[in-house]
Design a protein around this ligand. Sequence first.
Ligand code: CAO
Length: 425
Amino acid sequence: MSKALEGVKILDFTHVQSGPTCTQLLAWFGADVIKVERPGAGDATRGQLQDVPDVDSLYFTMLNHNKRSITLDSKNPRGKDVLWRLVKECDVLVENFAPGALARMGLTWEKIQEANPRMILASVKGFGPGRYEDCKVYENVAQCAGGSASTTGFRDGIPMVTGAQIGDSGTGLHLALGIVTALFHRTQTGLGQKVDCAMQDGVLNLCRVKLRDQQRLDHGPLKEYSQFGEGVPFGDATPRAGNDSGGGQPGRILKCKGWEHDPNAYLYFITQGAVWEPICDIIGEPGWKTDPAYATPKARLPHLNEIFTRIEAWTMKHDKFAAMDILNAYDIPCGPILSMKEIAADESLRKSGTIVEVDHPTRGKYLTVGNPIKLSASPSEVTRSPLLGEHTDEILRDVLRYTEDEIAEISGSGAIGTVQKIAAE
Ligand code: CAO
């Protein structure tokens, strides 16, 4: 089967997490992703959070599957020539350098367009135009500036960042959509364009329900928030809502059997209006089906704490999986709190290719997350991340069509450094 993005060449000038998640997605869809790295050093994540000495970290390997790596010093004059040849040859340049870094290498949008009018230039920055546009940004800064931290956590605690990498991986996902949209547009216009995605904007897009609540506050308290039932007045900004559901169907995280010693013996329980009657029967409160104080979603809002306390008395008698089986039989929406250990062992996730075991020449076998987006006619296969500069010669020869003499001359100029050799394949 052919791949959806087969034939698309990506000049991948990304590093750390946000950019690499974007180009990894494009590689999974079949694009030829050529990762340009600094000789001798490479993407900084190769050496960060290393669990095995002198072996590419899981941080790197899990973000750079299905790519090829070329080492190139973009500040060396001969390296610059090679870089421009790549610009002319590729369809998309993706980068997430600090603001101004690409231009300092001489790669301005004007010059790129001049060299290759079909080129799409896709960039991640921390902030869009405005007072913070020159700032360097990492994940948690984006979560804080994008409205996530101020609305995450408990009302009486400090702002919290979330484990989901919404600033980095979330923005990478947004950028990938921008790139394929620009590729589609190019089929009509024949021209490339610039695609910009700021991490603050990407996080805010994912937090839009909290901006919704900010405006609802002008018209009264947010009745689905626990603090309403507790009689705690609202301030003038969207508060932290603990584990309250952010939608119109109230939900909470409830203890299950074993919670005293298992930090993940919990279940998310949603009191969807449509299944209120079976909920009442299951928890042993059949009278709540007709009692006017509990019978309708609106009437229940001031009693949510009491209702969830009563439901929790039931969930605490069951382990999370048994509770889910009982509730699913009645179409009651709920979900177990799964640990990463449980997820790593999940048979269904492995079968669907969402959890994949990969073999790496210097690391051996490890688990990764495969492509969560499944295309029926263009399935993804996960292949290992490249070693630093592993494909330098191959790219110079096959993609850029340099002769062996020219490659020797480029190598002698110091533009590509020393290539890492594969110890065992
Ligand atoms: N050859 C020669 N030089 C290279 C090179 C190569 N192949 N690749 C990169 N460099 C140089 C750059 O030109 C830059 O040099 P100058 O500052 O002299 O112009 C230098 O490496 C460092 O680039 P950087 O400033 O982007 O890297 P950093 O480690 O200092 O900052 C980060 C990292 C992520 C904070 C910054 O890149 C950034 O803010 N990026 C945008 C937002 C983003 O994507 N953040 C998510 C990161 S994941 O949490």
